[in-house]
Design a protein around this ligand. Structure first.
Ligand code: ATP
Ligand code: SF4
Ligand code: MG
Length: 322
């Protein structure tokens, strides 16, 4: 089956005035099957949002390729991209900033329908009402303005706008981190339901590993601009193979006595940034298991069991030979 999305060796570098370069995304690979929900996790600043934007061509690529439904987004002119944009939508963290405060909800929701020629006038308005219902809101809200809603309701409106064009891909960049804890699970459940009903792929960017479990079947772990592990969600949570993933999980889950080499807490100081990416394995400055080889040789992503890939010379899982 053809992948819906394939990103190959993507780089997004930002040159700074003083001659330095921020290597925000630095050789990342990613695939999404049609209808698949994939979580993208990693510490703040590791390049998740930049990668998500590069996928939608909202930021220029420095190198690499992005394929969507067999089409090379990385070399399509904007004119040819436009019809594809209907199939790729994004929801951001801050729903208030994403909604024009001067427009009624009805106008916010009919706009994408009209722009893409899907419906007009009364028909578009009716369709907007159905979209509101689909995200758990009353169609009577069409005449109201964004400020009349709570944060969770506003994010539902953003989601309604995103699914208006029946996209095949929804990128959700921290869609619930600005919301109250009690609201988050409801929005995660909504995303999961929509993904299944509309057979829509989701790239779910988040710091919240519990949310990933709720929404996603596969998880990608990113560190300093690159993927270090990819695994089915269940497997990632029970048998992480990369020391970094293990450390991330340690922060939120009960210790796993079955894993003999449980990492100690990672050193807090001297965390490298995208401005200064260490040579060799980019995690070696913080890794409790680093050895000489790790300082000089960068590990490639390699198979570590079914559907599982890890970029480490000495993975914690016993299924790969070091
Ligand atoms: N336009 C830009 N110019 C320069 N540097 C940038 C730009 N956008 C992002 N960066 C840098 O690129 C790196 C990756 O940023 P990005 O926002 O993609 O990280 P993130 O993983 O989404 O972080 P967070 O979890 O905090 O949202 C960071 O070091 C950031 O400062
Ligand atoms: S390659 Fe070495 S430094 Fe990198 S994660 Fe694996 S053990 Fe740690
Ligand atoms: Mg981000």
């Amino acid at each position: 089956m053809q992948e819906l999305v394939e990103m190959r060796e993507v780089m997004v570098h930002f040159p700074l005035q003083r001659g330095e370069t921020v290597r925000a995304v630095d050789g990342a690979n990613l695939t999404l099957a049609p209808g698949e929900a994939v979580g993208l996790v990693g510490e703040s600043g590791c390049g998740k949002s930049t990668l998500a934007r590069a996928l939608l061509r909202l930021v220029p690529l420095s190198a690499g390729e992005v394929w969507f439904d067999g089409k090379p987004l990385h070399r399509l002119p904007e004119r040819e991209l436009r019809p594809l944009r209907r199939q790729m939508q994004i929801v951001f963290q801050d729903p208030m900033a994403s909604l024009n405060p001067r427009l009624r909800i009805g106008h916010i929701l009919t706009e994408p329908l009209e722009v893409h020629g899907l419906a007009r006038g009364k028909q578009a308005w009716q369709q907007a009402g159905r979209l509101l219902e689909r995200v758990g809101l009353s169609p009577e809200y069409l005449n109201r303005y964004p400020h009349e809603f709570s944060g969770g309701q506003r994010q539902r409106i953003c989601i309604a706008r995103a699914i208006a064009t029946q996209p095949r891909l929804l990128v959700a960049d921290e869609p619930t981190s600005a919301l109250d804890l009690s609201i988050r699970a409801q929005i995660h459940a909504l995303l999961r339901d929509l993904q299944r009903e509309l057979n829509m792929a989701i790239l779910f960017v988040t710091h919240d590993l519990h949310a990933v479990r709720q929404v996603c079947s596969r998880v990608l772990v990113m560190y300093l601009g690159k993927m270090v592990e990819s695994a089915p969600a269940d497997r990632l949570f029970t048998a992480p193979a990369h020391p970094y993933t293990h450390a991330l999980l340690d922060a939120v889950l009960e210790p796993k006595p079955s894993l003999a080499r449980r990492p100690r807490n990672l050193p807090a100081g001297d965390v490298p940034t995208a401005l200064r990416v260490p040579a060799g394995c980019r995690f070696h400055t913080r890794c409790p298991y680093a050895q000489e080889r790790c300082r000089v040789e960068e590990p490639e992503l390699r198979a570590a069991g079914e559907g599982h890939q890890v970029a480490c010379h000495y993975p914690l899982s016993t299924e790969t030979e070091p």
